[in-house]
Ligand binder design. Structure first.
Ligand code: NDP
Length: 294
């Protein structure tokens, strides 16, 4: 049974990520300077091994980071969730409503990532961070085994869920998804073609690099509307598990910390890239992630 093998599988995934990152580090030693990531090229082998020395390591045309970001971890997460749903059905006769919701919401999230896979090309992971142990471990081990914690929890702690409460949770997830998808698609469309009719009417700020920053639409609401949508969805994934235990809220807490830190890193990079234009954007759009709060 897959669910009984989760711990050994997580161990193997971690070991695989470690060996893989070691090979990536060795490969990066002979890579040209132009292929190195800005942050993972400090000269300290442990630091560079962890952060990733090479930006987008490739074997012929196979891009290792692009593949790991989108395929094994995300698909593994959905498969683990599904195995937990099937086991619950065997144990209790049918999957609970809470288990259906968690599976459905997370399947939508993974399906979205795969459907809009080219959007990953403009994320920080691809454009800025090197491919080292941090990302390899995150993609291969952390995502499938910790992001499925809610479904793991529900298998051992069944939760009664009223239809009315389930509808409210579905609504929260839908709101989060609309903000997340709307913001990501708007930026992606704008970066690909600023004259696209879907974004051509939006207000922008010009920068010295020739690129522009959106200052209306989703990106005029807060400086990271996509993070806001993601966090609202994270809340919706935890709520079906009730409020009796902290474990299902681990993802929400961890993800809040991750996105707050990620947002600060991105701000720093944007300030370096765009200077005064970024300051003007911050003045026009004062909140980072949550309107009027943060
Ligand atoms: P973003 O997709 O938010 O990209 C940030 C970049 O967008 C900036 O560096 C800048 O780059 C550009 N940008 C910022 N402001 C503007 C603006 N006003 N107008 C136009 N361009 C702007 O970063 P991430 O890679 O962090 O996130 C991508 C998605 O992945 C998010 O939805 C996030 O929630 C999700 N995510 C999910 C994780 C998970 O584990 N589930 C983990 C991490 C992220 P430039 O100007 O160079 O284009």
């Amino acid at each position: 049974m897959l669910t009984e093998m989760l711990l050994p599988l997580a161990f193997v995934a971690t070991l695989t990520a470690f060996i893989f990152s070691l090979l990536l580090y060795l490969k990066a030693l002979i890579a040209p300077a132009s292929a190195l990531a800005p942050g993972g090229n400090s000269g300290n082998p442990i630091y560079d091994f962890f952060l990733g020395r090479e930006l987008n390591p490739r074997i012929c045309s196979f891009d290792c980071k692009y593949f790991c970001e989108l395929r094994p971890g995300l698909i593994g997460w959905v498969l683990i969730n599904l195995a937990l749903l099937v086991q619950e059905a065997e144990l209790r006769g049918s999957p609970s409503l809470a288990m259906w919701l968690v599976n459905g919401f997370q399947l939508l999230y993974v399906g979205d990532a795969l459907w809009y896979e080219e959007a990953v090309l403009t994320t920080m992971d691809i454009t800025h961070d090197g491919f080292g142990f941090m990302l390899a471990f995150g993609d291969l081990a952390w995502v499938p085994f910790t992001y499925s914690l809610q479904a793991q929890f529900l298998l051992y702690h069944p939760q009664p869920l009223e239809l009315s409460m389930a509808s409210v949770i579905c609504l929260i997830n839908a709101v989060g998804y609309c903000i997340f998808r709307g913001a990501n698609s708007q930026k992606n469309t704008f970066r690909k073609n600023p004259s696209d009719p879907r974004v051509a009417g939006l207000e922008t700020i010009s920068t010295a690099t020739g690129r522009q920053l959106l200052v209306s639409g989703w990106w005029g609401m807060v400086r990271h509307p996509n993070y806001l949508g993601d966090l609202i969805m994270a809340l919706a994934w935890s709520l079906p598990c009730g409020v009796s235990h902290l474990l299902p809220y681990f993802y929400l807490l961890y993800f809040t910390a991750l996105l707050v830190h990620r947002e600060a890193r991105d701000e720093q990079q944007c300030l370096q890239k765009y200077g005064l234009a970024w300051r003007e954007y911050c003045r026009r759009v004062p909140y980072r992630i949550v309107p009027y709060i943060y």
